[in-house]
Write a protein that binds this ligand. Structure first.
Ligand SMILES: [Fe+2]
Length: 285
C-alpha cells in the first residue's frame, strides 16, 4: 500500500539541527501546511487520491492527477515532538485544508484552527482561469478542531463563515493560546469571492473588524508586524500587497492592527503591479 514519509526537522534560532524525526504514514498525503504546539506537530491528511501515471507520461499536469474524495474523512495526524509518545490519528469528514491558523494545548485537548473548503475544485486541462466562476466554488471558512488526546475524540466548530484565507497572527503566539487573527477575506459576508478585504477576529469576544479594498482592490496575505515592546497582542501593523485593478498597479497597504476601521494609515504606491502571490514574511533589520 502507498505510504507517505513525513520528516520533521527542528532547528534552533542559530540554525543548529536540534532533532530530526522520520515517520511513515499510510496512504498518499497531500500536505500543504502543518500546525505546531510545544509538544506536538499536527498534520491534516486530506482525502485525495493521486494517480501519477498521466503526469509521468507527460499527458497531464501533477495537479490534474489529484482527485478529491469528498465521501472520505480527513485524517488528522498528531506526532509528539519529544522522543517518547506514539503518533495519534483522528478522523473527521471536513473537506479540504490548505492552511492552518494556529494550534495550542489545554490540558489533554489540542485545539487546531484551520481554513476548510467543503470541496476542492478539480484542475482541468484547457480551462481558462480568467473564466472562473467564483460563486460556484465553496468558500474557505475558519473552523476550530478540538482533539481529545485521552478520549481519541475530535469535534469541530465553525468560527468564521465569511470566505477567508491566509490566516496570520503575532509570531510569539504560534502554538500557544491566542486572541487575534488576521485574514484575507471576501468583501461580502456570504458566498465565495476573491479576497478583497482584511478581517481581524477577536477570538475571545467574537468581535470582528473589516477593512475592504473593494471594488477595485484585491488583497494578498496579511502580514502582522508586532510593535517593539508592545504589551497587547494586537499592538502593531498589518501589511498587505493590494492589486489595484483600476490602474493595473500594486500598492502596499499598512493598517493599524488594533483598529482596522481607521483605514490605511500608509500606502506605498508602486509604478507597476506585483503578480498575485501567495505567501510573504516580515523580518526586522
Ligand atoms: Fe500556502
Amino acid at each position: 500500500m502507498l505510504s507517505t514519509t513525513i520528516t520533521i526537522y527542528e532547528i534552533s534560532h542559530q540554525g543548529k539541527l536540534l532533532r530530526k524525526q522520520v515517520h511513515s504514514v499510510p496512504g498518499f498525503a497531500f500536505i500543504h501546511d502543518f500546525a505546531i504546539t510545544p509538544n506536538y506537530c499536527i498534520f491534516f491528511q486530506n482525502p485525495v487520491q493521486f494517480n501519477p501515471i498521466p503526469y509521468l507520461l507527460g499527458l497531464s499536469g501533477a495537479g490534474e492527477c489529484i482527485n478529491f474524495q469528498p465521501e472520505k474523512p480527513t485524517k488528522i495526524i498528531v506526532i509528539p515532538r519529544g522522543e517518547k509518545g506514539k503518533i495519534q490519528y483522528f478522523e473527521m469528514p471536513l473537506g479540504f485544508v490548505f492552511h492552518h491558523a494556529n494550534a495550542y494545548e489545554q490540558e489533554d485537548t489540542l485545539f487546531v484552527d484551520s481554513i476548510c473548503y467543503e470541496s476542492l475544485p478539480q484542475v482541468r486541462p484547457n480551462e481558462d482561469y480568467r473564466e472562473t466562476d467564483f460563486s460556484a466554488l465553496d468558500p474557505g471558512q475558519l473552523w476550530r478542531f478540538s482533539l481529545g488526546l485521552t478520549t481519541g475524540k475530535v469535534e469541530r466548530q465553525k468560527i468564521e463563515s465569511r470566505c477567508c484565507e491566509f490566516p496570520a497572527l503575532h509570531p510569539n503566539y504560534v502554538g500557544r493560546p491566542y486572541r487575534y487573527l488576521y485574514l484575507g477575506a471576501a468583501h461580502d459576508a456570504e458566498g465565495n469571492a476573491p479576497l478583497q478585504a482584511i478581517l481581524k477576529l477577536d477570538l475571545n469576544t467574537n468581535q470582528r473588524q473589516l477593512w475592504s479594498a473593494a471594488p477595485a482592490g484585491f488583497v494578498s496575505e496579511p502580514i502582522f508586524v508586532p510593535r517593539k515592546n508592545a504589551i497587547t497582542e494586537d499592538d502593531g501593523w498589518v501589511l498587505t500587497v493590494v492589486y489595484n485593478s483600476e490602474n493595473h498597479r500594486s500598492e502596499i497597504v499598512i493598517l493599524d492592527s488594533r483598529d482596522l476601521s481607521k483605514g490605511a494609515i500608509a500606502r506605498l504606491y508602486l509604478k507597476h503591479h506585483i503578480p498575485y502571490g501567495l505567501h510573504g514574511t516580515f523580518v526586522p533589520c
